[in-house]
Design a protein around this ligand. Structure first.
Ligand code: GLY
Length: 307
């Protein structure tokens, strides 16, 4: 059988670097799972990516906790949630999938498991993240995670197709900044932040975790593709579901990326801006996604990078 042209799709500007590394793995005949875990590690290690891995913004107590999941081409999955002190959360999620009969390991147990699996312990709080946390703490008008607005977060979701045409995905995040300690988002929940069915396609999410969980977002996208929607239609359909739950308007951000088994891709968000990285036909590009609502969220003011 002729090798299939690999495809990688991922969320946000930092997806571009993640795609580069994932594409290199695929060009060397690595599996889709190897590729997405390697791609995830790029964002996890980068202190300038303040929503993933090392340098991620902490919870309200000043502790960085990570959520991540992987789904392999064989339909198996694994995840970790609320994990402290280990950078490569997606790789730990892969170990949960491959080395245990469990679906998810959380908190202190996840860290202990990771260390047992040979991962290094590291302080995840960078100087910059600590500085921003201290600034947040002293702001009397600070937004909190209790019943306020969702804060910005640029989770990495990445889905790839390898040279055999097999699909896999990973999702990795430090979650909402200033979250309540112990809060878990959509990213480690299979079907919410990430879902892959090797016979159909895969999808990954970024944005307000509670909203993504409420509609089983990534699962819904894959099921809509199974039913005949294009990846673009399936992303938009799922976002409209979320918006409809809020009476037709939404003051938070959610974005999805999707990859179908035939290599067709889609991406969309509730509001501007949302960008995604697409590696296809040997080219890696950062692309602005279609927004369902004609507005731009305020949460991005201080973080806006691509207009
Ligand atoms: N989407 C990432 C989170 O809500 O934690």
């Amino acid at each position: 059988m002729n090798p299939i042209n690999p495809v990688v799709i991922s969320t946000w500007y930092h997806g571009e670097k993640a795609n580069e590394v994932a594409a290199r793995v695929l060009s060397e005949k690595g599996s889709a799972l190897d590729a997405v875990v390697a791609g995830a590690a790029v964002s996890e290690e980068d202190p300038d990516v303040m929503d993933v891995g090392y340098g991620g913004l902490p919870d309200e107590d000043g502790t960085v906790t990570l959520d991540a999941a992987v789904v392999g081409s064989d339909g198996r999955s694994g995840s970790v949630a609320g994990m402290e002190g280990v950078v490569h959360a997606a790789a730990v999620a892969r170990k949960v999938m491959e080395e245990t009969k469990h679906a998810m390991i959380v908190g202190e147990g996840a860290k202990r498991f990771a260390i047992k699996m040979g991962f290094e312990e590291k302080n995840l709080l960078s100087e910059e993240a600590r500085h921003r946390w201290l600034e947040w703490k002293k702001d009397p008008e600070k937004p909190t995670a209790w019943l306020g607005e969702h804060s910005l977060h640029e989770t990495l979701g990445i889905v790839a197709m390898d040279q055999s045409g097999d699909l896999a995905g990973a999702c990795t995040t430090s979650g909402e900044a200033w979250k309540i300690h112990g809060r878990v988002g959509d990213s480690p929940i299979i079907g919410a932040g990430l879902y892959v069915d090797n016979g159909v396609g895969g999808a990954a999410a970024t944005g307000a975790g509670k909203e993504i969980i409420s509609v089983c977002g990534s699962f819904l996208i894959v099921e809509k593709m199974r039913g005949g929607m294009s990846p673009q239609e399936a992303c938009e359909h799922t976002l409209r579901r979320i918006i409809d739950r809020h009476g037709g308007d939404a003051d938070f951000q959610v974005g999805f990326v999707a990859l179908r088994k035939d290599g067709e891709t889609g991406a969309a968000s509730i509001q501007r801006p949302f960008e995604f990285a697409l590696f296809k036909n040997d080219e890696n590009r950062l692309i602005k996604a279609k927004a369902i609502l004609e507005k731009q969220t305020d949460f991005y003011k201080t973080y806006l990078r691509n207009g």
